[in-house]
Design a protein around this ligand. Structure first.
Ligand SMILES: [Zn+2]
Length: 259
């Protein structure tokens, strides 16, 4: 699965990751999510495949047989590679396979994790927008939302990076059920040779504070769509690191820097 199919799948929906992308840069957001121009940096994103493959195995309760068919190890640039892609499977490198297996081992061994994840889709209408969230797992009996994360190094993992997304899920679940859920992150890293894992639970004040950011952002998002105006951030130096750098001179500094 690629970024592009994610964009395709969610074309008519507003999701937390689209909101976050819009917040970072409405211009890049438009190119990727509305104009569907393939992300020029997508090739660099091996971590994306690792995470998706890990999710896939977690959905099988840690069993690897289907994964081995869906994610065969094939070298890029070979005929076999092209054939596999045409058949709808995702060829991966030996390194990705090693990372996924290490994380799966940790997924199965950590008793704080859930034994098998089952995705749950949330859809609702809000302020003229169609909102969608794909929860990795939801324990509706104990009222806990789970999200599975893979990371390069758990020692540098920062849960604040995911607060917005999780708060969005937390809010949607409450809107749809009238109940306030708890939210946990199941985190495994892909350190070579072994994988480590942790579970975080966001406290309610943290989730509620982030919730306050959702509404003004949804309003801006709606407005930009209604007007068809998607401007980059005012400070052009912010755009130097953007995925669509160079597109219509986006992010290329228009002034000399004096030194
Ligand atoms: Zn941008």
């Amino acid at each position: 699965m690629t970024d592009q199919s994610y964009a395709e799948r969610n074309k008519d929906f507003c999701t937390s990751s689209k909101l976050k992308a819009f917040q970072k840069c409405p211009f890049c957001f438009k190119l990727e999510c509305i104009d569907m121009i393939p992300n020029p940096r997508a090739e660099e994103r091996d971590y994306f495949t690792t995470g998706t493959a890990f999710d896939y195995v977690a959905e099988q309760g840690g069993k690897l047989d289907k994964y081995e068919q869906q994610y065969p190890i094939i070298r890029k640039g070979t005929k076999q590679y092209d054939r596999a892609v045409a058949e709808g499977v995702t060829p991966i490198t030996g390194t990705i396979d090693r990372d996924v297996r290490a994380m799966v081992h940790e997924f199965k061994e950590n008793p704080l994790f859930v034994p098998k994840i089952k995705k749950e889709k949330l859809i609702m209408e809000f302020g003229g927008l169609k909102l969608k969230a794909e929860l990795d797992h939801c324990d509706n009996k104990n009222k806990i939302i789970y999200d599975l994360k893979s990371t390069a190094n758990i020692m540098n993992f920062d849960p604040s990076f995911h607060v917005f997304q999780q708060s969005f899920y937390h809010w949607m679940k409450e809107e749809l059920t009238g109940e306030r859920y708890r939210v946990r992150l199941l985190v495994a890293d892909k350190r070579p040779s072994f994988s480590r894992s942790r579970v975080y639970e966001y406290t309610e004040p943290v989730l509620m504070q982030a919730r306050g950011l959702i509404f003004p952002l949804l309003e801006k998002y709606k407005q930009a769509h209604d007007l068809g105006i998607f401007l980059p951030p005012e400070d052009e130096r912010e755009c130097e690191t953007h995925d669509y750098y160079g597109y219509e001179s986006h992010g290329r500094l228009s002034r000399v820097l004096y030194f």
